[in-house]
Design a protein around this ligand. Structure first.
Ligand SMILES: Nc1nc2c(ncn2[C@@H]2O[C@H](COP(=O)(O)OP(=O)(O)OP(=O)(O)O)[C@@H](O)[C@H]2O)c(=O)[nH]1
Ligand SMILES: [Zn+2]
Length: 415
């Protein structure tokens, strides 16, 4: 007879006494051992807090409008028109400038009647902001139709990459933003879809209409669920375990790497936003790769840590838009101005998502490995206490020196 210790599957695990049981798992392992097969240890024995997925408060059903938003994102990425309707406003019919082509634009606006919706940041670069009524610099701007506002010109207005090479033709005039809530929601949706925040508007009405509230519900971190877990030996932490999360609405699968076991201290936690170029390709333009590996090492050394790998590529603007920002950096703009010229916020991430992952892992207090005060503020606002901020600096290299200096000087990163 084999006696096994089974961890209680919840956040109280570290304080709760283990209970004993005799189970099938033990018999199976004995049989496997007899056959010389190396059995995978039962993960319940790893002493780590992990709520039983069946006991996690169920997130059931769709968020309001979820299907419509998912379809709208898909439609925009395929170059199809969508419509947004905010309470008290007329419908706003949109076609992504980046995905438009002559055939699509002709179908959208057969009479050639359309205007252009741009972000406040982009309007600022195009020197259109002085014509604006709204005081908020982030507020959307609408460029009036003009005979010379054709597809190539609209693309040039949308994409700052060629600003220096091709001076823009004009003149352009802005018109009143009569549907401010729907316009702001359109720019939010462009970011979620990983597209440039620029749309042809006022073309032919498509069938499906979504609302700004639908888009917010689609983004809601509260709907994240714990999906599965497995042992994952990684360089620097051979005993690590991976836990994957998923929300019914979003495609991005976020993961947590659990390193070590609860040791009476709050876990050392790192919120790492996805960086394909740095994490996978070893880009020297940023500090992401070294920070990722150093975090794993620090957690292993501390005995108990959680690395959250958040699918927020490019500080939330997506890979392609980040690479567009890199193209602007090749022209001399820094990481902050590059984002603004593209028409995005400097940092579009929401760390409420990380707070939700920590809650699902039963963690309410953390020691946070970061230089970014926004991560501390946002986690605390979302109900996770940051009992200590642990600086996370890695030596610079000639390619990322300026990036690190910009983070220090312009985005409030601490030394
Ligand atoms: N848009 C944009 N994103 C970038 C750029 N360089 C790196 N990133 C992204 O920035 C994110 C990395 O940020 P983090 O490692 O969380 O760093 P941080 O916000 O500076 O905070 P700490 O490292 O915790 O101090 C990843 O999503 C990268 O893809 C850039 O020039 N432009
Ligand atoms: Zn990076």
């Amino acid at each position: 007879m084999v006696e096994l210790s089974l961890a209680r599957l919840d956040g109280e695990r570290s304080r709760a006494p283990a209970r004993s049981y005799v189970g099938d798992g033990g018999c199976r392992r004995l049989r496997d051992a007899a056959r010389g097969v190396r059995a995978l240890p039962q993960l319940a024995e790893t002493q780590r807090p992990y709520p039983d997925p069946h006991r996690v408060r169920a997130v059931s059903g769709d968020a309001p409008g979820a299907r419509k938003v998912a379809r709208a994102i898909d439609a925009l990425r395929r170059g199809w028109a969508i419509a947004i309707e905010a309470p008290g406003e007329d419908r706003l019919v949109l076609l992504s400038v980046e995905m438009a082509d002559p055939v699509r634009l002709e179908a959208f606006a057969p009479a050639g009647k359309y205007a252009l919706l741009l972000s406040g940041g982009r309007a600022e670069t195009l020197k259109l902001s002085n014509q604006r009524e709204a005081a908020d610099p982030a507020a959307p701007v609408i460029v009036e139709q003009a005979p010379w506002l054709d597809l190539p010109t609209a693309l040039a207005l949308a994409d700052p990459q060629f600003d220096l090479a091709t001076p823009l033709k004009g003149p352009f005039r802005t018109e009143a933003v009569t549907r401010p809530a729907a316009s702001a929601a359109a720019l939010q949706l462009a970011r979620v879809a990983g597209l440039l925040p620029a749309f042809f508007i006022d073309g032919i009405d498509p069938e499906a209409t979504i609302s700004p509230a639908d888009i917010d519900a689609h983004e809601d971190a509260a709907r994240l669920k714990l999906a599965t877990r497995a042992r994952l030996p990684v360089l620097g932490a051979e005993g690590a375990e991976i836990v994957a999360f998923r929300s019914p609405e979003q495609a991005g699968e976020h993961v947590a790497l659990l390193i070590g076991s609860p040791n009476g201290r709050s876990p050392l936690v790192r919120l790492h936003s996805e960086c394909l170029t740095g994490d996978v390709l070893g880009s020297l333009k940023c500090d992401c790769g070294p920070q990722l590996h150093a975090a794993i090492e620090a957690m292993e050394a501390s005995g108990w840590g959680i690395l959250l790998y958040l699918r927020q590529e490019g500080r939330g603007i997506g890979l392609i838009n980040k690479l567009r920002a890199y193209a602007l950096q090749d022209q001399g703009f820094d990481t902050v101005d590059a984002n603004t010229r593209l028409g995005f916020a400097v940092d579009a991430r929401n760390f409420g998502l990380a707070a939700q992952m920590l809650r699902l892992l039963g963690q309410h207090e953390v020691r946070l490995l970061t230089n970014n005060p926004q991560k501390v503020t946002q986690l605390e606002a979302a109900g996770v206490a940051v009992v200590e901020r642990v600086p996370h600096h890695l030596p610079p290299n000639p390619h990322n020196e300026r990036y690190l200096a910009t983070k220090r000087d312009r985005t409030g990163h601490q030394l």
